[in-house]
Design a binder for this molecule. Structure first.
Ligand code: ADP
Ligand code: ZN
Ligand code: ZN
Length: 814
């Protein structure tokens, strides 16, 4: 009887694959272990064991596995179940979920290694390139493809290697290599020969002529009195000598080095008691606890700066006391030192942080800490991908800023929403989940109103500070009266001056980066376009460049029009860079900072700017929507929104909800600690209902009005949406494909199919894009609907003309 295993491969394929294993291997293996397996022609993949059994495959002969990579599972049962749910719900291959879930270092890659055939003697048969490689293998037992490319100084080396194989001069092997490198810290101790306490005098005698070595030894014995391991670096610092001196003592067999594996990230500061909640926080806490008695999911609607974070920390502490883990989800950008140090201040080394700016090695460490349920992993503070960590014992999930779109992954697959996937995860762990926001998503608020979720409100700012006073400034009127200075109204300028004179700080919001989004020739009206995308290039003045914000194409700003040669080039519209420059002229005595994609690259990108603003090194901070994400500054008294109209006119059924959320969140950065703050919103359209609702922070009115629209036009939360996108570099193909697809869908779903349509930017990176949307009415079965879509997709891909078209399914595309 032979044994078999079913595995997931990290490739976009729905199916699992079956391999054969020996009896001993079958006994050793468990679901969740990694195995290296051959797949396709000579490629080796890291597969994950799902099931061990004795049913041979019926359609193919099972291959043997290459090797077992783990002694114990690195993925647990709940995770496997959760991945299955993600794969089913979001209609994506399980292999994609597997690839997204594991830190890439766990997905060992195979590399082809080239060896010399020792029996080969006919060197005369080799041409120059081939001979170079063969010769290199005389000096080196093996070469990788990379190394060969280096030796030959060319990229295309596969044909040469193939020729060498044909001539039997070399042979190849696929090797799997481990990418994760543990971080080792170097310690020193006495050589075992001198391990007894009385050796000090003797040793000092031995090194009596080497003054520095003597000092090191003295210092070592002093430090050793504390009976704690001594880091080599520490000894260097304390004794004030160079590492060479310590090395000399090691060479004399007096000291010896040893290494201990440590985590790259660890907290060394002090910890403090949680803050005492005020009466409103106390009441909210009481209500949340009560609500959790009956319902697993509760929505906390707490206005900006009401102290939601303090409420979360109380609940987390309670869960920890029950011996369970807590997951605290935040939007990527909010995960800066601000929130991390706030939590570390309470929970110290019980926190593991996890986000995309972490290195591969740091992520492996976080994974292992959670897997082993270490003290350090009792609280995970992370961005959306932390839902994939190997929790075994979750008691609570907090989703802060639950309305944030950054919880949704759009590209690549799996296209999941981390908030929704977290709700499912909490069910699987029988844990509680708290969604928090000052501006909840319509879906979550709706679910709370319908009684599906528990609902708790926190309506006062901490410290009884009032919500900021919001003023709408009519810039059409201001233009008419010539009271504009660049993009600033006289009113906004006056407010900025007043705040700065009071030594307070200012935040200015403009949701577009660069200097201006369009450059236009005044003579012929042409604007430079991206050669790869259907969009005009944005002018970045600082670098004197034109850039595409979709594909990153860039080129120098031309001196004259590419079409007619005229030198009269004009810029239209404005971004953060232009606002920054205008401000620098208007307020030369103050420091102006800018926070957008262009200024926050790199691992500590956000942190540098946020830190400088916190330290009051920056007086006015100009930025994009990054500024709206849960940041807490105590000296900001004024927030200005330079142009509200662009957000309102966005062609999307969610535009109004989003605009409301964004403006209320940005406004929420003002007046958080002492006195009431102010907000100025410049607009051409001060009577727009959303702006009216923002101006008095009336969430419920916004909610009611938007909900009516959603009902009338058949959108979520009443209807569900599945969006299908086709992409290909040949326009005709995409067009034919989408027409076929829309018809096929209409045959099944009738009027509930929307489109085909082209998105606002209909070509990106030379790929033409077309969409069609399926609306699913409240009572229609989601499972059946997806079944139909799946079938239509298969028929579509069976048409040979359509096969090269990328077919992207996005469920709940918001
Ligand atoms: P939110 O998350 O609701 O926007 P925060 O939790 O950031 O609000 O709280 C706003 C500010 O009030 C923070 O600076 C926080 O430290 C302070 N704060 C909140 N609750 C308390 C409390 N119970 N005691 C002392 N300070 C508090
Ligand atoms: Zn021109
Ligand atoms: Zn482009």
């Amino acid at each position: 009887m032979t044994d078999f295993i079913d595995v997931i491969l990290p490739i976009p394929i729905q199916k699992t694959f079956r391999y054969s294993v020996t009896k001993a291997e079958a006994d050793f293996l468990q679901a969740g272990c990694r195995v290296a397996v051959p797949f396709g022609s000579a490629k080796i993949y890291t597969a994950l064991v799902l099931k061990i059994h004795q049913d041979p495959p019926t359609l193919y002969e099972a291959k043997e596995i290459h090797q077992i990579l783990d002694d114990a599972p690195i993925v647990n049962e709940v995770q496997l179940q959760h991945w299955q749910w993600i794969s089913n719900y979001y209609m994506c291959p399980l292999g994609d979920v597997y690839r997204a879930a594991l830190p890439s270092a766990f997905l060992l890659e195979s590399e082809t290694i080239i060896y010399k055939n020792a029996t080969f003697t006919e060197e005369a048969l080799l041409n120059d390139d081939e001979f170079l490689i063969f010769e290199a293998l005389q000096h080196q037992s093996q070469l990788t493809i990379h190394q060969i490319a280096d030796i030959l100084g060319k990229k295309k080396v596969l044909p040469i290697i193939n020729e060498l194989i044909n001539k039997s001069a070399v042979y190849i092997k696929e090797e799997i290599y481990e990418q994760y490198k543990p971080k080792l810290v170097k310690y020193v101790r006495l050589h075992p020969n001198y391990a007894n306490e009385n050796s000090l005098e003797y040793l000092l005698e031995v090194v009596s002529r080497a003054k520095k070595q003597r000092e090191v030894l003295l210092c070592f014995f002093q430090m050793n009195a504390a009976k704690k391991p001594i880091k080599s670096k520490e000894l260097e610092l304390q004794s004030g000598v160079s590492s060479a001196i310590i090395k000399a003592l090691v060479d004399k067999n007096i000291l010896e080095f040893y290494h201990v594996q440590t985590d790259r990230v660890s907290y060394q500061g002090e910890t403090n008691q949680l803050k005492e909640p005020n009466e409103f926080q106390e009441k909210a806490l009481e209500e949340i606890r009560e609500s959790f008695e009956e319902k697993e999911i509760t929505l906390l609607h707490g206005i900006t700066s009401s102290g939601k974070t303090e409420v979360y920390t109380k609940l987390i502490k309670e869960v920890l006391a029950q011996g369970k883990q807590a997951l605290f989800l935040l939007p990527e950008i909010a995960l800066t030192t601000q929130i991390i140090s706030r939590l570390q201040n309470y929970f110290g080394n019980f926190i593991t942080v996890f986000h995309s700016k972490y290195s591969m090695n740091e992520r492996v460490e976080a994974w292992n800490n959670v897997l082993e349920n270490k003290p350090k992993a009792q609280i995970v503070l992370g961005a959306r991908s932390s839902i994939f960590l190997p929790f075994s014992n979750l008691g609570l999930i907090v989703v802060d800023e639950e309305h944030e779109t950054s919880y949704k992954q759009f590209e690549p697959s799996p296209r999941y929403n981390a908030r929704d996937a977290a709700i499912v995860l909490s069910k699987m762990h029988q844990a509680k989940i708290l969604l928090g926001s000052a501006t909840p998503s319509l879906e979550s608020y709706f679910n709370a109103q319908e009684g599906k979720y528990g609902f708790v409100e926190l309506n006062r700012r901490y410290g009884e500070v009032q919500l900021p006073k919001i003023e709408l400034i009519d810039i059409k009127e201001k233009h008419r009266k010539r009271e504009m200075n660049g993009h600033f109204s006289d009113r906004l300028l006056k407010m900025i001056s007043e705040a700065l004179e009071e030594k307070e700080q200012v935040i200015l919001f403009q949701n577009r980066r660069g200097f201006s989004p369009v450059v236009e020739c005044k003579t012929c009206g042409t604007s430079p376009q991206c050669p790869n995308c259907d969009v005009s290039l944005t002018y970045h003045k600082y670098k004197h460049e034109l850039k595409c914000h979709y594909c990153n194409y860039q080129r120098a700003m031309p001196n004259s029009c590419g079409a007619c040669g005229s030198a009269a080039l004009d810029t239209k519209g404005f971004g953060t860079e232009q606002i920054e420059l205008e401000l620098k002229e208007l307020f030369p005595q103050y420091t102006i900072g800018r926070m957008d994609l262009d200024t926050t690259r790199g691992k500590y990108g956000y942190q540098k700017i946020i830190g400088a603003f916190e330290a009051r090194e920056i007086d006015v901070l100009v930025g994009t929507q990054m500024l709206s994400k849960g940041l807490d500054f105590d000296n900001v008294s004024l927030v200005g929104i330079l142009n509200a109209d662009m957000m309102l006119n966005f062609p999307d059924f969610r535009a109004h909800e989003r605009a409301f959320q964004l403006m209320v969140q940005v406004s929420g950065r003002a007046g958080r600690s002492k006195k009431q703050g102010s907000v100025a919103i410049q607009t051409y359209n001060p009577y727009h209902q959303i702006l009216q609702q923002v101006s008095i922070t009336n969430y419920t009115e916004m909610y009611k009005e938007q909900l009516q629209d959603r009902w009338q036009y058949h959108y979520p939360p009443y209807y569900r949406l599945i969006k299908i996108t086709l992409k290909h570099k040949d326009y005709q193909k995409v067009d034919a494909g989408i027409i076929w697809l829309a018809k096929a869908l209409q045959n099944v779903f009738g009027e509930h199919v929307l489109g085909p349509s082209s998105p606002a930017v209909s070509r990106i990176r030379n790929q033409y894009i077309k969409n069609v949307m399926i609306k699913i009415p409240p009572k229609q079965s989601l499972g059946k609907t997806k079944g139909h879509v799946e079938k239509i997709k298969n028929t579509f891909q069976a048409v040979s003309d359509f096969r090269p078209i990328r077919f992207i399914i996005d469920v709940d595309n918001y």
